[in-house]
Design a protein around this ligand. Structure first.
Ligand SMILES: Cc1cc2nc3c(=O)[nH]c(=O)nc-3n(C[C@H](O)[C@H](O)[C@H](O)COP(=O)(O)OP(=O)(O)OC[C@H]3O[C@@H](n4cnc5c(N)ncnc54)[C@H](O)[C@@H]3O)c2cc1C
Length: 519
């Protein structure tokens, strides 16, 4: 074991022992802490939530667009969890106690930030219990000889992690949503559109993890464990995460960022601007590892172009952005807002007010992604403009966004984790999003059909991959499924994940995750 691995092991091991000590029973055996319900820690001492009905509406950010089809227009969307019980554990030992106290075939669902698009864990089933991780809020920093490690509890969301990193002058490839769970993002292979080109996926920076297995054992994983790698893209199917230890980068990795917001009136204008912007993305940005770009087309009729300039960037950012400004000027699209950020923190938190403003009663969503492993060819770029931008339900689902992004860089060259997100150079995310309340069931169905039509067409484009991670796919889409090899990045990684699933969870207790079609 390298020093780094040993250090990560030690910090997690200490965290486990600390939490185990609260319950009073822990037996350490070769890095594995075996524990049961001690006499002073019984199931009834773990917090049990009584108000199940309210819980779901408070804990999920949105409802799946596939789950809002039957309620009548204007009527309240009745949505409640099917789970038998909801526990709110406060430590690894409390989780272990719940798991061991239940019959060995009881299904278990975990909820972290509550942002997964099919709500599979939050709805669960009548045979299942939910573990709501909301109390596991610890964020601990520690230096070793290679820099700084941060250990994050399973209830921490990105807003909390980003604020803590700011104090420590740190940076990480975080997700854009302030309320997205750090662990829920990481165990499903999450990516950062702004930072992954420079810092890799968050999972690629993980040094250790504390888990509770489906049998109730507490284990501390290091990079020497094959299971740790499998956890970093398929973990929601394999074990219950208590905390994760991540190697922090320095805030100086980001020099500055520029954002331009252009208004458009017709869909034809959005398509035409995208046609120029995706070629700028391919020809000027993908060849330059010191820059990333994200072009977002929204249902509210703006195009947001954000360029992030990393520490290695040399030259003038203002000059670099000019072709996009000229493209907008040539089309007479007014620049309605612009921003200039000079720190990682400002860039990481920039979209929080926008996301907080996306409201619905409830919000309904469908998530899909498209991308290429290498440089996108003209046919891929044309498809994105003509079909994704041209035909997605931006008018029908007014809060929808299409994110067109550069990936590759450190995400592509880093260690492979089982997520297609680290195999792709070019990435497009279609987020269908709307307030479901004023829509009739027919309108909601039409939004589903329009979205599916775009996804079905994408599957016919040679070299374009579709729905290749747990963070950017819609697990409850009926009769439409991607292949396990695409989801986990390769056939070999898919086989590794399947083997791990049989070994770690032979009774499939952990069945509420985005990979249920494969595992
Ligand atoms: C507004 C918004 C912004 C987003 N931004 C990004 C982005 O920038 N990049 C990106 O890649 N994705 C992004 N996503 C997608 C998001 O990362 C995924 O949906 C992620 O899985 C959500 O995690 P969560 O903990 O919030 O959700 P949850 O629904 O709580 O959990 C998601 C899944 O992870 C499992 N899980 C959660 N905690 C644990 C645990 N402790 N142990 C085991 N399994 C667990 C759950 O069982 C469930 O299957 C965004 C989503 C939204 C709605």
């Amino acid at each position: 074991m390298s020093d780094t691995h040993q250090d990560a092991h030690e910090i997690s091991r200490r965290a486990v022992l600390k939490s185990a000590a609260i319950g009073g029973a822990a037996f350490v055996a070769g890095g594995t802490v075996l524990t049961g319900c001690a006499s002073d820690l019984q199931l009834h001492s773990v917090e049990l939530l009584e108000a199940k009905g309210e819980w779901l509406s408070k804990r999920v950010w949105c409802l799946s667009g596939n789950k809002v089809l039957s309620a009548g227009a204007g009527s309240p969307m009745v949505a409640t969890t099917a789970a038998r019980q909801i526990y709110r554990p406060r430590s690894a030992e409390e989780i272990s106690c719940v798991v061991r106290s239940l019959p060995a075939n009881t299904a278990i669902a975990c909820v972290g930030g509550g942002h997964e698009s099919s709500n599979v864990a939050a709805f669960a089933s009548s045979e299942a219990i939910v573990l709501d991780m909301a109390h596991l809020k610890s964020i601990e920093f520690r230096d070793d000889d290679q820099g700084t490690l941060v250990t994050v509890g399973a209830g921490v969301v990105f807003r909390e992690l980003v604020e803590a990193l700011k104090v420590h002058h740190g940076a990480l490839p975080v997700g854009t949503g302030p309320g997205v769970g750090v662990v829920g993002f990481l165990v499903n292979g999450g990516l950062s559109g702004y930072f992954s080109r420079r810092l890799g996926l968050l999972g690629q920076r993980v040094e250790g993890m504390t888990i509770v297995t489906a049998a109730g054992d507490i284990r501390v994983l290091t990079r020497a464990d094959e299971l740790l790698t499998a956890m970093l893209g398929a973990g929601s199917a394999l074990a219950i995460v208590v905390d994760v230890t991540i190697r922090m980068a320095n805030e100086k990795v980001v020099q500055l960022a520029e954002q331009r917001v252009m208004a458009f009136e017709s869909r034809a204008q959005a398509v035409e601007f995208s046609r120029g912007a995706v070629r700028f993305l391919r020809d000027r940005v993908l060849s330059n590892p010191s820059v990333s770009v994200e072009v977002v087309v929204t249902g509210t009729k703006v195009i947001v172009a954000t360029l992030v300039f990393y520490d290695s960037f040399q030259g003038s950012a203002a000059e670099f952005v000019k072709p996009l400004e000229e493209l907008a000027a040539g089309m007479k699209l007014p620049v309605v807002a612009q921003a200039h950020w000079t720190s990682w923190y400002e860039t990481a938190s920039a979209l929080w007010p926008v996301i907080n403003g996306q409201k619905g009663d409830p919000l309904a969503t469908l998530q899909h992604c498209f991308g290429t492993e290498g440089m996108p060819a003209d046919q891929h770029l044309d498809f994105v403009c003509d079909t994704v931008v041209g035909q997605s339900p931006l008018d029908e689902a007014e809060l929808s966004i299409i994110e067109i992004r550069t990936l590759g860089g450190a995400a592509l060259s880093g260690a492979k984790v089982p997520s297609g997100n680290c195999q792709h150079t070019f990435f497009v995310n279609l987020v269908t999003l709307y307030d479901a309340k004023p829509k009739t069931p027919q309108q909601r169905q039409e939004i589903v059909e329009l979205t599916k039509r775009v996804v079905d067409k994408a599957r016919l484009v040679e070299g374009l991959n579709v729905d290749f991670s747990g963070t950017h796919s819609q697990a409850d889409d009926l009769d439409r499924s991607t292949a396990a090899a695409e989801m986990f990045g390769s056939e070999a990684l898919a086989q590794t994940v399947k083997a791990m699933k049989s070994k770690m969870d032979p009774d499939n207790r952990l069945r509420f995750h985005p990979f249920a079609k494969f595992l």
